[in-house]
Design a protein around this ligand. Structure first.
Ligand code: Y12
Ligand code: CO
Length: 171
């Protein structure tokens, strides 16, 4: 089922998410809903809190070189943690909870991560490139953080002014 994506400044986006304890049918339904919602919104990543569920669950599906989001590159990520991080990289990020806004954000260039799959199997891997960026963006959501919090003071002020105007005009 496609669920409603929470839009900034919805206060639920500030909630801290909690670890999944049961890798059961309820979790599988949540993952299916998250994937449907992400595809319906033309997204490449979504955290559960973006549909109002404060659990440490992410889905990421980066497009391949033909721009297709295939099943092979779909990642279901439960209870993620970053074990190590190296380097830095800047990328223009966007977020389904702040549509039409794209800003440069600095992230770690490569990360070693641990998470669980839908059946509770533990996965450890090294990520780099766009996957490392998407993972860090989504992990921030689980701590109640959005990429706009990483902007400079002046850029954030400009964003807030434009966003308020956009909401007022009902866009
Ligand atoms: C690199 C940086 C950030 C991420 C996080 C995942 N971000 C997204 O999936 C953003 C998708 C997005 C899609 C939009 O399109 C629609 O809503 C139809 C959008 O809105 C507009 O452009 C109007 C904004 C963001 C992953 C990798
Ligand atoms: Co986001």
């Amino acid at each position: 089922m496609v669920r409603e994506v929470l839009i900034y400044p919805d206060r639920r986006l500030k909630l801290i998410s909690h670890d999944v304890e049961s890798f059961d049918a309820k979790l599988h339904t949540l993952l299916e809903d998250m994937k449907e919602t992400m595809y319906a919104s033309d997204g490449i990543g979504l955290a559960a809190i973006q549909i109002g569920v404060a659990q440490n669950v992410l889905v990421i599906n980066l497009p391949d070189e033909d721009g297709e989001q295939t099943l092979e590159s779909l990642e279901e990520i439960i209870n993620p943690v970053i074990l190590e991080a190296h380097g830095s990289v800047t990328y223009q990020e966007g977020c389904l909870s702040i549509p039409s806004v794209y800003e440069d954000v600095e992230r770690k260039e490569s990360i070693r991560v641990r998470y669980f799959d839908r059946d509770g199997g533990m996965i450890e891997k090294e990520l780099e490139g766009l996957m490392a960026i998407a993972f860090q963006h989504e992990l921030d959501h689980l701590q109640g953080h959005l990429f706009i919090e990483k902007l400079s003071y002046l850029k954030r002020k400009k964003f807030e002014k434009e966003w308020k105007k956009k909401i007022k005009e009902g866009k």
